[in-house]
Design a protein around this ligand. Structure first.
Ligand code: NAD
Ligand code: 13P
Length: 352
């Protein structure tokens, strides 16, 4: 039928908010079935109950988004195959490191003609070079895949504070408009942009800039330094994106997915927060340890993204062009101290 069924693959902090946004709209829009399936990576809570059972009993993701009702039409499902079986529209929103495994499990399990969207900020690096997550999804599953990125700290959207987001699409404007319709609410304003690579690279690369901002905070270097880091970071984001995909547009960096996401993540994100703690400890405690201690099961994307970007830079001989990206990785692995975040500034890469 022409009535679409939506499944959300993922149920972390942002995944749960995405399900809430979508579920509020499927109730109102005749072109969507009311029910929204949400695949949950099952776990047993300290109280001995399964997370899925608690979500379905209380209508809250008590572990990753406590205190927020998702909507009664959100159904948590621990069975991935079952969750996607009847869907025409798939929303992918897990930490990026799990997506390759999930896609491999989904081969042959989804319906013909499915449309996909990725809310995932990250990439994979293969022998052949970098592979964006939307590309992994479309290659492995044989589907078209849009992206949604933006200045979207999940906990703020959960309590319906106004924000904007950007949908990136390759060619099909109608499909992009359908995703815009599915996500838009009076407090969540979504704009479509024909630059899927640019939008996704913005969302991915800003997490590396956020680590740099966190180091600056941990060392109490002040607002001017942090603003400088954000500016240099944004420049490197644009240069790197354009070197990878010549089609990437300058205007994309002025959308919510670009400058606005850099700002919000450098002010209030998890990557910033954990990087601040890392610098405060002089790099003596690892990111893995700090992540586990500070985030209650939520996952950082920036540390692995910094490594992935570094691999691309060293493989292509671009390290000199991207001092901020390179330095962030070297700080993360302990090769440089956190204070090195401002020590590359005499280098003036000429990619502008
Ligand atoms: P999260 O950080 O809350 O991660 C935890 C999720 O990972 C949980 O659902 C957990 O069950 C799941 N998980 C743990 N181990 C797993 C495994 N082995 N296989 C599959 N799943 C496993 O997740 P999130 O905040 O929803 O982030 C998902 C994506 O959305 C990330 O790429 C993130 O950068 C992006 N994002 C997050 C926010 C935010 O504010 N949280 C905002 C915008 C974008
Ligand atoms: P963090 O993962 O650093 O919290 O960033 C969230 C985000 O992507 C905001 O848009």
């Amino acid at each position: 039928s022409h009535i679409s069924r939506v499944t959300v693959v993922g149920s972390g902090n942002w995944g749960s908010v995405a399900a809430k946004l979508i579920a509020s709209n499927t109730l109102k829009l005749a072109s969507f079935h009311d029910e929204v399936r949400m695949w949950v990576f099952e776990e047993t809570l300290p109280i001995g109950e399964k997370l899925t059972d608690v979500i379905n009993r209380t209508n809250e993701n008590v572990k990753y988004l406590p205190g927020i009702k998702l909507g009664k039409n959100v159904i948590a499902d621990p069975d991935l195959d079952n969750a996607v079986r009847d869907a025409n529209m798939l929303v992918f929103v897990t930490p990026h490191q799990f997506m390759e495994g999930i896609c491999k499990r989904l081969v042959g399990k989804i319906k013909e003609g499915v449309e996909a969207i990725s809310l995932i900020k990250g990439m994979e690096v293969k022998m052949e070079g970098p592979c964006m997550i939307s590309n992994l999804i479309s290659e492995l599953l044989g589907v078209n895949c849009c992206v949604l990125m933006g200045a979207n700290i999940a906990n703020e959207i959960a309590v319906e504070k106004f924000s904007e987001a950007t949908v990136g699409y390759k060619a099909n404007r109608e499909i992009a408009e359908k995703w815009v319709q599915l996500f838009s609410t009076p407090y969540f304003m979504v704009t479509p942009v024909q630059d899927v690579e640019g939008v996704e690279l913005c969302g991915t690369l800003k997490n590396v800039v956020a680590l740099a901002a966190g180091f600056v905070d941990g060392l109490e270097m002040g607002n001017n330094t942090k603003a400088a880091i954000m500016r240099i970071g944004l420049r490197e984001m644009r240069a790197f994106s354009k070197l990878l995909f010549s089609s990437v547009k300058d205007s994309t960096f002025f959308e919510s997915c670009g400058v606005a996401d850099v700002i919000t993540t450098c002010l209030g994100g998890r990557n910033r927060k954990v990087a601040e703690a890392f610098a405060k400890n002089g790099g003596k405690r690892s990111f893995d340890e700090l992540e586990a201690e500070m985030l209650q099961g939520q996952k950082l994307q920036g540390v692995s993204t910094a490594r992935e970007v570094y691999e691309v830079l060293s493989h292509r001989g671009w390290l000199e062009l991207f001092p901020l990206f390179a330095t962030v990785h070297e700080i993360c692995i302990g090769r440089l101290p956190p204070s090195a975040i401002v020590e590359y500034s005499e280098h003036k890469p000429n990619f502008a």
